[in-house]
Write a protein of this length. Structure first.
Length: 272
């Protein structure tokens, strides 16, 4: 091999290595910037630049805590914490512990950064698949926090079934399939373009699944969807019906019909 390509390769390696080292004093901003992907959330640290979403001061959390009677002293499991915003709010709300399961490796690393920067000492973040985790879990939680993950499941009712066997109070935020809303917007309709629906039975409950394809999105660094090439969305009636079938009571909902990514619902429920 000619010498010049070798030198070019060495220079590229040297440059890449230099980018992995800090050259200034430690700071929250430097720690946040060290994560190799953009942040979604605005962080509760003065002067720090991250994302714009108010997930660390989320009114949906306040709504849910009001319905559930708070989380003071509760053992919580959180499915899909993203960047730890709701985890932070649950800990500040008095939860005795929050075990948060995240399958996206970039999101998981952000959760660890947040845990350190905000001194969150009553939470633990685990890297892995939520369904596999719940299938192996042998003890119960007081509260299951399930925000932004149900609509990323291939078998969403199976997830609801597993949650039902491990928690007595539940919060869900999820998109759902509403044909009239989705069909009226080409951007919302695009992931459903194949028109694949499946009549399924899971947890003893019959329901219809609407296939949602991710397309090329999983190849993007900012992809925060599911760990499969597609997911299946449920209609709202199916979500509520599945929960009732699985023994949930006192179901309260707040609809976000104007959400830009598709209709969504906030939901709380308790088991007797």
């Amino acid at each position: 091999m000619p010498l010049s390509p070798i030198l070019s390769r060495l220079e590229a390696l040297r440059s890449g290595s230099a980018n992995r080292f800090a050259t200034a004093a430690p700071s929250p901003q430097a720690t946040i910037d060290a994560v190799p992907s953009a942040w979604a959330s605005r962080l509760p640290i003065a002067g720090v630049r991250a994302g714009e979403a108010e997930l660390f001061a989320d009114p949906r959390v306040e709504w849910a805590l009001g319905n559930l009677g708070g989380v003071e002293g509760a053992e919580c499991v959180e499915l899909g914490p993203l960047e730890g915003g709701h985890t932070y709010m649950l800990e500040r709300g008095g939860a005795s512990s929050v075990t948060a399961i995240e399958a996206n490796n970039n999101a998981y690393l952000k959760c660890l950064v947040v845990k350190e920067l905000l001194a969150m000492d009553r939470c633990s973040f685990l890297y892995g698949d939520v369904v596999s985790y719940l299938e192996q879990r042998e003890t119960d939680f007081d509260v299951c926090w399930c925000a932004g993950i149900l609509y990323h499941m291939v078998d969403p009712v199976r997830l609801l079934e597993l949650i039902s066997g491990r928690a007595s109070r539940l919060y869900i935020w999820t998109h759902y399939y509403d044909e009239s809303v989705i069909a009226a917007d080409p951007a919302k309709q695009r992931p459903f373009a194949k028109g694949i629906t499946t009549v399924a039975r899971s947890g003893g409950f019959d329901h219809t699944l609407h296939r949602h394809d991710y397309g090329r999105a999983p190849g993007l660094r900012q992809f925060w969807g599911g760990n499969q090439p597609f997911s299946n969305w449920l209609e709202l009636d199916a979500i509520l019906g599945a929960l009732e079938h699985l023994g949930w009571k006192s179901i309260e909902t707040s609809i976000e019909a104007e959400n830009p990514h598709g209709p969504a619902v906030n939901l709380t429920a308790v088991r007797a």
